[in-house]
Design a binder for this molecule. Structure first.
Ligand code: TXA
Ligand code: MG
Length: 357
């Protein structure tokens, strides 16, 4: 299959270009498009054959349900059979934006979209290209992140093509995404409502409108069984083995420097993924190893600006993978604000390899 790349202005999308993509969606084709979080891989959510092609193109297990994107909150009742007042309040406060709400589904939403669950995940994206596409398509759009299964989510059209060129019909290229990691998922089919995935909307923001929302981590180990489907499988995993270092900055930097020396001495090539402050502190130690080709370095934002860390994280992971390093040593940022979602993605990428320095 030949993947068509349609370039589109992210602030003033050309309606003719978006209509071209919308027509492709209505015809059952797969269209990747920018949202404010990451690029999505869209198909007509009401067309089971088109939805099946999403799982095929991504290599995604059928047990991992998709998010359905709608143009505005008025379309909620097209997809959800019940909307509790707190869910409507949250949607009114933060849509269009990086929020996904789980509600009981209407029968018209195919089982393949929800992996057989009686609930559906719904989101109104704020990106102008995404909104124009939903509006012109005139149908709800099922869209997971537009990456091959277990690769980091794409924040540029180039990332989408790196994973899916030849496997999908159209990519709308609207430049880099703004937030850089996925939406926050809040499940309103349980009481109290549960945040199932931290993301671009912070827990602090959510609780300012619906204070009773609980975070998954607060439910203790019993909460693990209730984790969002698909969230326990290998996610955001780079090809290299990633270890996450947490603790006070100075101790983390010392430990990473020591472990890098050890690995380099064994002949391994090591990637360092760290906020700019940590890279500065590591520079004297790493410069000779980098010059010798033993170490590759990627910045992801700054300890004082979790928004920048979120924006740069997935591109940095992809860049490190492309260098062919066998190990990645990553240093953590604080878990406040967007830092919580950043740490969630890093912890998944580490698959349990978290070291306290
Ligand atoms: O920002 C985002 O949310 C991006 C953009 C494209 O909108 N989309 C995205 O989709 O991250 P995806 O497929 O990579 O992640 C969706 C996750 C699933 O893995 C699953 O955990 C959860 O949403 N999910 C979907 N439907 C659900 C349901 N009915 N119940 C529980 N979790 C659900
Ligand atoms: Mg994904």
């Amino acid at each position: 299959m030949n993947t068509r790349v349609l370039t589109v202005d992210s602030t003033q999308p050309d309606p003719a270009v978006v209509e071209d993509a919308a027509q492709a969606l209505r015809a059952g084709q797969l269209v990747a498009f920018p949202t404010e979080t990451v690029y999505g891989l869209g198909a007509n959510a009401l067309d089971p054959a088109a939805v099946a092609r999403i799982f095929d193109a991504k290599g995604r297990p059928a047990t991992d349900p998709l998010i359905v994107h709608i143009a505005h909150i008025g379309q909620l009742s097209m997809c959800a059979s019940q909307v509790p007042p707190a869910a409507r309040k949250l949607g009114l406060a933060f849509w269009a934006g990086p929020l996904t709400i789980i509600l009981p589904k209407k029968p018209r939403i195919p089982d393949s979209v929800t992996a057989g669950l009686p609930s559906v995940a719904l989101r109104v994206p704020s990106h102008r290209v995404a909104r124009a596409l939903m509006e012109m398509a005139g149908v709800p759009v099922a869209a997971p992140s537009a990456n091959r299964f277990s690769r980091p989510s794409p924040t540029t059209a180039a990332h989408v093509l790196a994973d899916l060129d030849g496997r999908i019909d159209v990519v709308l290229d609207g430049g880099s995404t703004d937030i850089g990691l996925e939406s926050t998922i809040v499940d309103f089919t349980v009481d109290p409502p549960v945040m199932r995935r931290p993301g671009g909307l912070t827990l602090e923001q959510i609780r300012s409108v619906v204070p009773e929302v609980v975070a998954l981590s607060q439910q203790g180990s019993a909460g693990l069984a209730q984790v969002a489907p698909g969230q326990l499988t290998r996610h955001y995993a780079p090809q290299a083995e990633l270890t996450l270092y947490v603790g006070a900055a100075a101790a983390v930097v010392d430990r990473v420097a020591a472990d890098t020396r050890t690995l380099a001495a064994k002949g391994e090539r090591v990637g360092i993924l760290a906020p700019e402050e940590d890279l500065l502190a590591l520079a004297p130690e790493l410069a000779p190893l980098a010059a010798a080709g033993r170490v590759e370095v990627q910045r992801y934002g700054s300890r004082t600006d979790p928004g920048r860390s979120a924006r740069e994280l997935f591109a940095a992971l992809r860049a490190l993978d492309a260098t062919g390093v066998t190990y990645i040593l990553a240093t953590a940022i604080d878990s406040t604000g967007l830092g919580l979602a950043v740490l969630d993605r890093l912890t998944r990428a580490a698959e349990g390899r978290v070291r306290k320095a």
